[in-house]
Design a protein around this ligand. Structure first.
Ligand SMILES: [Fe+2]
Ligand SMILES: [Fe+2]
Length: 475
């Protein structure tokens, strides 16, 4: 007989203490998860007491409990949003039928693939970010990094729960494989390319949490529409956490910009060399980081024409962003969508069946959403009276997936030759010099209330604590 008090150790609303099969699967998996965390989780931080929020239930009082905890003792829980009575499938060929409480045999392979692909991104980002704690610009930022890390860990738990509960032995094997792949490792890499890139510095981290965690939001929103009800309910709860990750990114970049603008006004210069000498990140470098993270992230939505995307939609596995708010037939047969193509060195629009273009539809929704935050960054620059504006690059810029991967396109959307690309790429994407400069600024600031020179303090602290609160107690 097991003596583990499950609801204490693994907060959950999936009736874990009564579910012997699930207990057995998780009991096998959890030690491997903890050993993955100790190998690949935040470097050198196992003994820190960190002011973290933990979800202990899905109601407003329980989903965000704050307190100092050591990260290996974090209570990674399993939560589903409350069930909707008599939920119906609301798109695709099964529209109007009851939502599935179990996995239909014919959709098993595709659903497993979708869950594994989502699940794989969660530990990947923890691996990508594991050295950042060593160069945190403040305790406040260090705490935010760790919060993101433990929640990505919980998102892995959420996906592994689905695999264990609904996919039997295959699911358990996939659960193990999720702990075995490694970001950036050549022989066993993470599934998606952006999750094999390094996150080498804090500007990259803020750009990643702004742009790439937002990809997470859009994928989760599409899965929250799924006919497979446990997947829909799991991803809905994950979205509550994702919002904070994007906040970390948006406010982080905003504070970098604010500090740079203050230095520009103090020194009365926009000369990158002078600003770099003053220890802040010049706006053109910020623009190049933005170009990089935006372009790498929009590749994550996949090929612009995809028969898989059509299948996932028609069979009811994955909906569109805000499916319920759209006014069309939610079946989409016979409808078309315009995608961008490269023909003889020119960008041309092409009309394709809507169902095959659903990756592009989601990518376009994402682009709209990500532009909004860039405009909020521009407000900071405008307020400082500086005539510079950040801009998301053209959709065809620096693409590696789909029809646009075959052409070289400038951030403004001009097709350019290979030679022009090579000549200009250092103006468009972070160069080795840019990256070395940003890396040179990274130094550890740990005194409460103190911030590195290249970033402004936040307007307020976490959970209404003061900015100089002791967010991390070092052992
Ligand atoms: Fe996540
Ligand atoms: Fe996230």
């Amino acid at each position: 007989m097991s003596t583990i008090n499950y609801s204490e150790k693994i907060p959950n609303n999936v009736n874990l203490s009564e579910d012997r099969t699930l207990q057995r699967a998780l009991e096998q998996w959890q030690p491997n998860y903890l050993s993955w965390w100790s190998d690949m989780g935040p470097d050198g931080s196992q003994n820190f007491d960190v002011y973290l929020r933990t979800a202990v239930s899905v109601d407003p009082q329980g989903w965000a409990q704050f307190g100092h905890v050591k990260m290996p003792d974090y209570r990674w829980g399993i939560f589903l949003n409350p069930a909707e009575q008599n939920r119906k499938i609301h798109f695709g060929d099964h529209k109007g039928e009851d939502a599935w409480q179990d996995v239909p045999g014919e959709h098993r392979a595709n659903l497993r693939r979708i869950i594994v692909t989502q699940g794989d991104t969660e530990p990947a980002s923890v691996e990508q970010q594991r050295h950042l704690g060593l160069t945190a610009p403040s305790q406040y930022d260090l705490r935010n990094l760790f919060q993101v890390n433990v929640e990505e860990g919980r998102h892995l738990w959420a996906m592994v729960y689905l695999l264990h509960k609904y996919f039997g032995r295959d699911g358990r094997e996939e659960g193990e494989a999720l702990l075995e792949r490694r970001s950036g490792q050549q022989d066993n890499p993470r599934i998606l390319e952006a999750f094999n890139e390094e996150t080498p510095d804090w500007l990259s981290f803020f750009m990643f949490t702004y742009f790439t965690d937002r990809d997470g939001k859009f994928q989760l929103c599409a899965l929250a529409e799924s006919s497979f009800d446990p997947l829909a309910r799991t991803t809905k709860f994950m979205l509550t956490e994702e919002a904070h990750h994007m906040f970390v990114g948006e406010s982080g970049v905003s504070r970098v910009i604010q500090r740079t603008c203050a230095a520009m006004n103090e020194l009365k210069t926009d000369d990158p060399a002078k600003l770099r000498a003053a220890g802040v990140i010049d706006l053109p470098t910020i623009q190049r980081y933005l170009n990089f993270h935006f372009s790498v992230t929009i590749d994550l939505f996949g090929a612009d024409e995809s028969s898989n995307a059509a299948t996932f939609y028609s069979t009811g596995l994955k909906g569109r962003y805000e499916e319920g708010k759209r006014v069309d037939d939610h079946i989409l047969k016979g409808q078309t969508y315009r995608v961008l193509n490269a023909v003889n060195g020119k960008l041309v629009e092409k009309e394709v069946p809507m169902l095959n273009a659903l990756n592009e539809v989601l990518r376009d929704d994402y682009i709209k959403d990500s532009i909004a935050g860039v405009e909020r960054w521009n407000k900071v620059i405008e307020k400082a009276g500086i005539p510079f504006r950040l801009k998301t690059p053209h959709k065809a810029f620096h693409r590696n997936i789909g029809a646009l991967s075959g052409v070289k396109v400038s951030p403004e959307g001009q097709v350019v030759s290979e030679a022009d690309w090579a000549r200009s790429v250092d103006q468009w994407l972070p160069s080795a010099t840019d990256r070395a400069f940003v890396a040179s600024l990274m130094g550890r600031v740990v005194e409460p209330g103190k911030f590195a020179n290249w970033i402004a303090p936040p307007a307020m602290g976490i959970n209404r604590q003061p900015v100089d609160f002791e967010y991390v107690r070092f052992a």
